[in-house]
Every structure is written in C-alpha cells, then in structure tokens.
Design a protein around this ligand. Structure first.
Ligand SMILES: *Cc1c(COP(=O)(O)O)cnc(C)c1O
Length: 358
C-alpha cells in the first residue's frame, strides 16, 4: 500500500525505553529514567484522590467534548474567558491540529535547528516547505527568523524556553520580534517549560499575548510541571477566531474524562508546583557543579532538562549509561539531554557518568 508522498522521509519517533524493559534487558534492580522531562515527584496527591473518585463516575459515557469545566477553571486561573482556550490530548495533539488547520502543501514554515522535533514532523506531514534556521549559541536566532520571514511564511514555530537546549529568550526580544511578524503568519509560542523558568525573564502575561497579537498562540501542557504526562492534556490560549478554526479539525472527544478532572484539580494545587520548581532549581545547580568538575560543556537551562556534551558519540554514551540503569536522551554530535530528577536519581546519573567516562 502506498502512503502519501509527504510521509516518505518521516521516521517514527523513538521514545525512551520504559523502565521495566531496561530492568529486564540488563538484569538491573534499579533503573532511573531521566529521558523525557517527566515530573520526578509523580502526580499531586490531590489529583490522585480526585481521580479515585472520578473512576466511579460515568466512564461509560463520552467525555464533555467541550471540556466546559476545565475551560472555566483555566479562565479563572488566567483571568480570561473560556473561549480563549482549546484543549487537546497533550500539547502534541495541539501542534498536529494547528498544522492541519493552516498548512497547504508548499506553504512555508520556519523553525530552529535544535528545537522540539514535532514541529518538523507535523509540518512535513502536511507537505509544508520547512526552513530550518541556525541557532546562535544554542539560542533561537530571531534575526535569522527576520531574514527568512516573508509573505509566504505560514507558521513560525517558537519554543521558549526551548527543548532540548533549555535556553530562554527574554521578554524584550520576543516582544520586539512579534511586532515585526506579518499578521497573516501564525506564531506558535510553545511554553511547555514556562513554569520552570526565571519568572523575571519570561514574557509577562504571555497568556494575554493574543490581545496585542491575535496571530500568536500560546501553547501549554499539563505533562511537565503538573506531572500528568500519562493522561495527555495540553491547550492553546489565544484569539477565539483562531481557536474556532482549529476546533473544526479537532476530534469531538479528544480529551478523556479522567484527564479533564485531573487537569482541573492540578491547577488548584499550586503548592505541588512550587515543590517541583524548587527541587528543579536546586538540583540544576548540582548538575552544573558536576559538569564543571568533570569538564563537560553544558548550557545553563531555564527548563527541567540540561543539554551537555561528552567526548563519546551520543548513541554510545546513551547505551553505556542505559546498561548502568540510567536512561537519558541521546541527541547528536556528542550531545545528550538529561532531565533533572530527585537528588538520589541525579546521584545515580553522576555515578554512572563517572564510570562511563573513566
Ligand atoms: C513535552 C513537550 C510538549 C508536549 O507535551 P504533551 O505531553 O504532548 O503535552 C510540547 N512541546 C514541547 C517543547 C515539549 O517538550
């Protein structure tokens, strides 16, 4: 069977192996996963309680396709209106819906070299013409975007702070750039890691960017600091007309009932977020110290992960670490991305890394 020609050069996303598979394969008792930027504290206890109760309620019925209560909770939280929100099955699905809504074959999109891989894939699936721009010291180079931007540009994919580099562009740079983007170009402003960043540097009230820039969509997720990656909830905040167009492409029941309950309660438990944030801030410094002691180059991060470089090829380093029970994410050219975990998980990483590099 021949698939669409747009799929010819796509490769399937290879997620990190699950912990149990690695245990079995290498005969290990303990395996630490620092590969997918997941929340090392798990899920808020309040969310778990709410989920226990929700299990007894009408799982035989389809979920509320409009996610009404969740939108209302988000509207309260951000001081906006429910129509400024659209929910998706993880932010991943939102990226996909955006591409399906706006990209005709041959439309141009701009993205950066080291950024989230799904921007490229969802654009390619729609047959877009992808322009990959170089970075400046592992930061988005907005001048490169300015030079590349034209009336042919349909979507600009930005991630701030960025995965996998962990780098952040400050508010002034983002705002002055947005002013120059033509109003017919959609800017996807992915803030999956916003809550981990320095609050002084992120775009203040980015959830209200659409008020001045209706062509900007702020994309968020419950997978990272909220600890709900397994339930799949993400959303976009933006202009109701734009969200209405994307809504035409969305499947009617894309966010399941349990996910809707969990997200709503998770929003209320900001104490949980504070704990995760503080651990991340503290442990980030422990990583920096380690990398400096070992003479490994790294990029200071405003997220829950760090990009660093070892003398070994990425894949070889990854396999040797995995054999020692530490799963990390190999990138390319010797670069590795590690997620910041709990102190004992990070210790396991340092020890394995010492052994591999000796
Ligand atoms: C993790 C991540 C997402 C998607 O997360 P979901 O689990 O699909 O909500 C989106 N963007 C970036 C940059 C990410 O790292």
């Amino acid at each position: 069977m021949k698939s669409r020609k747009e799929l010819e050069h796509l490769t399937a996303y290879i997620p990190g192996k699950p912990i149990d598979d690695v245990k079995r394969e290498y005969g290990l008792d303990r395996v630490v996963k620092l590969a997918s930027n997941e929340n090392p504290f798990g899920t808020s206890e309040k969310v778990k309680e709410a989920l226990h109760e929700a299990v007894d309620q009408n799982l035989n019925l389809y979920p509320d396709g409009n996610a009404t209560l969740l939108k209302e909770a988000l509207a309260d939280f951000y001081d906006l209106s429910p129509e400024n929100f659209l929910l998706s099955s993880g932010a991943d699905e939102m990226l996909d819906l955006i591409a399906k809504t706006y990209l005709n074959p041959g439309d141009e999109v701009l993205l950066s070299e080291w950024s989230f891989v799904r921007y490229r894939d969802v654009s390619q699936i729609m047959g877009a013409n992808i322009r990959t721009l170089p970075m400046e010291d592992f930061h988005f180079d907005l001048d490169a975007f300015r030079d590349a931007m034209s009336e042919k540009t349909k979507i600009i994919w930005l991630c701030n702070p960025n995965n996998p580099t962990g780098t952040l562009l400050p508010q002034e740079e983002i705002l002055s750039f947005l002013k120059e983007v033509p109003s017919e170009t959609l800017v996807v402003y992915d803030e999956a890691y916003r809550e981990f960043a320095d609050p002084e540097q992120v775009v203040e009230d980015s959830h209200k960017l659409f008020e001045n820039f209706p062509n900007v969509l702020d994309v968020r997720t419950f997978s990272k600091i909220y600890g709900l990656a397994g339930l799949r909830v993400g959303y976009a905040i933006g202009d109701p007309d734009i969200l209405g167009q994307i809504n035409l492409v969305r499947g009617p029941f894309n966010v399941n009932s349990l996910a809707q309950v969990a997200a709503r309660v998770a929003l209320e438990d900001q104490e949980f977020l504070q704990k995760v944030y503080e651990n991340n801030l503290e442990q980030k410094k422990v990583f920096y110290d380690y990398f400096e002691r070992r003479g490994l180059s790294y990029h200071p991060s405003e997220t829950n992960h760090i990009l660093f470089r070892t003398p070994l090829p990425s894949q070889e380093f990854f396999e040797k670490m995995q054999a020692k029970g530490v799963i990390i994410r190999p990138m390319r050219d010797g670069y590795i991305r590690v997620s910041i975990g709990l102190p004992e998980e990070n210790e396991a990483f340092f020890q394995a890394c010492d052994e591999v590099l000796e």
